[in-house]
Design a binder for this molecule. Structure first.
Ligand code: ATP
Length: 235
């Protein structure tokens, strides 16, 4: 589904990604963990096309994304739920979801997707006429995920969905992502600083440090790896 080979990215002279390769298979849930500033957000921006890769290649569904401008990538089935949610604060909850449904597949599946989203996050149905800016952080995160789902993606990319949320709220978000993967048969690429939750939810994971993949493996391999346990799981 998503094949990233040896990509490099930089801001001016500052390298943010060096030779990163990563794979997401159809229906797979892949987590990327790593410390602050490791390059996780940059990786997502390169996949979304908002930061260019200076080298390497990204293929999605067999297609070279280097030839696909950023605004066309959602139409191929890539949904990017950005760090910090970035919902439209002055639009209502329902209007935010409609904004996500601008792809051809999203328009086609709107009714089904809307029903699924509000069933998964009932609070969004209750508040559907309310301005998104008045929602709590957790509710805004639910809305941001719902907006991504409304595009009927094949790949859902979630950038630090737990950021700034209380642990119980964050847990409910992780549970929702597991449900989404099962119910919507979508691949998930999750970037998180909360490594325990991210690794426990996924099939496979990558550890990124200073712009490089330093470790990759199946969920069970990473959770039992001494380096991961010491650096990320606090054991
Ligand atoms: P965080 O968890 O803090 O979001 P991250 O792993 O997502 O961290 P990135 O945001 O991708 O890391 O940043 C990778 C590197 O690139 C860091 O050294 C950061 O300071 C630098 N960087 C990120 N965005 C910019 C920018 N717009 N201009 C210059 N440098 C940047």
């Amino acid at each position: 589904m998503l094949e990233i080979s040896n990509i490099e990215a930089a801001y001016g002279g500052v390298k943010a990604l060096s030779g990163v390769s990563l794979l997401v298979k159809p229906g797979e849930f892949v987590s990327v963990v790593g410390p602050n500033g490791a390059g996780k957000t940059t990786l997502f921006k390169v996949i979304a096309g908002t930061v260019p890769n200076k080298a390497g290649q990204i293929r999605f569904g067999g297609r070279d994304l280097g030839r696909v401008p950023p605004h066309e990538r959602p139409h191929l089935g890539i949904a990017h739920v950005p760090e910090g949610r970035q919902v439209f604060p002055n639009l209502t909850v329902e209007e935010n979801l409609q904004m996500g449904a601008y792809t051809k597949a999203g328009r086609r599946d709107w009714k089904e997707n809307f029903d699924y989203i509000v069933n998964l996050f009932p609070i969004l149905k209750e508040r559907r006429k309310q301005q998104a800016g008045t929602l709590s952080g957790g509710q805004q995160q639910m809305l941001a995920i719902g907006r991504g789902l409304a595009s009927s993606p094949k790949l859902l990319m979630l950038d630090e969905p737990s950021m700034g949320l209380a642990p119980t709220v964050a847990d409910s978000i992780f549970e929702a992502v597991v449900d989404i993967r099962a119910a919507k048969n979508v691949s998930v690429l999750l970037v998180e600083q909360r490594a325990v939750e991210a690794l426990e939810s996924c099939d496979r994971g990558y550890v990124i440090e200073t712009g490089r993949v330093v470790l990759e493996g199946k969920q069970s391999e990473l959770l039992s790896d001494d380096r991961v346990r010491q650096a990320y799981l606090g054991m």
